[in-house]
Design a protein around this ligand. Structure first.
Ligand code: GSH
Length: 202
């Protein structure tokens, strides 16, 4: 999601291939033996295998929204690292609590909330995590928060996170999000090339 959003914001068209993770195509494993998604293969042959790396690369080509210039570098990197590390792990346990019986789902949710509370307080008096404008951190963290909010939607709607609710809504209303979330049919060798993003005005 976040790699697609950055490519879309940067107005970089790519050929997109949706893969089934339970049945990874050989072509994916040839390009990236570790076999995680997303993977971006550049025209030069260089391969980017981390979503954050894809975001940075895309925005370094073109950053009309100024996502790379909106936050102080060190705190932004630290917040993204916490999101991708501890929070992602807690979120997975909360989402799939039946596979992690050491704690109840509510207890896993409380673990994940330690990061959610930090985000809510960062949004005090401003629309985005580091100020009045959206930054790389907002876009990098948004997909995970969207998942957190969706696990128990009714609970989240009444939880003490009004600023995060507004922040999520700003993304939902954004054409970049709408263009990036569309589901695609799975790719098979021989399929015609599919472009991403579709032509949109951002
Ligand atoms: N840190 C990586 C995580 C990539 C990752 O783990 N992707 C998952 C899907 S969200 C995946 O490919 N899982 C399949 C697998 O590991 O076999 C990134 O953000 O690019």
């Amino acid at each position: 999601m976040r790699a697609r959003m950055a490519l879309c914001a940067a107005r970089i068209e790519v050929e997109i291939r949706e893969v089934r993770l339970s049945d990874k195509p050989q072509q994916l494993l040839q390009v990236s033996p570790r076999g995680t998604v997303p993977v971006l293969q550049l025209a030069s042959g260089q391969v980017l295998v981390e979503s954050l790396e894809i975001m940075r690369w895309a925005l370094e080509q073109c950053d009309p929204k100024g996502w790379l210039q909106c936050a102080p570098a060190a705190p932004e990197a630290a917040l993204i690292a916490e999101n991708d590390g501890g929070f992602k792990a807690d979120l997975d346990r909360y989402k799939y609590a039946d596979r992690h019986p050491q704690k109840t789902q509510t207890q896993w949710r409380a673990e994940a909330e330690r990061f959610v509370v930090v985000l809510e307080s960062l949004l005090q008096g401003r629309d985005y995590l580091f100020g009045s404008r959206c930054s790389l951190a907002d876009v990098a963290i948004f997909p995970m928060l969207r998942q957190f909010a969706a696990v128990e939607r009714e609970w989240f709607n009444t939880a003490p996170y009004p600023r995060l609710t507004g922040w999520l809504q700003r993304f939902f209303d954004d054409q970049i999000f709408v263009a990036s979330m569309g589901k695609l049919p799975f790719w098979r060798a021989g399929d015609a090339a599919r472009q991403f993003p579709q032509r949109i005005t951002v």
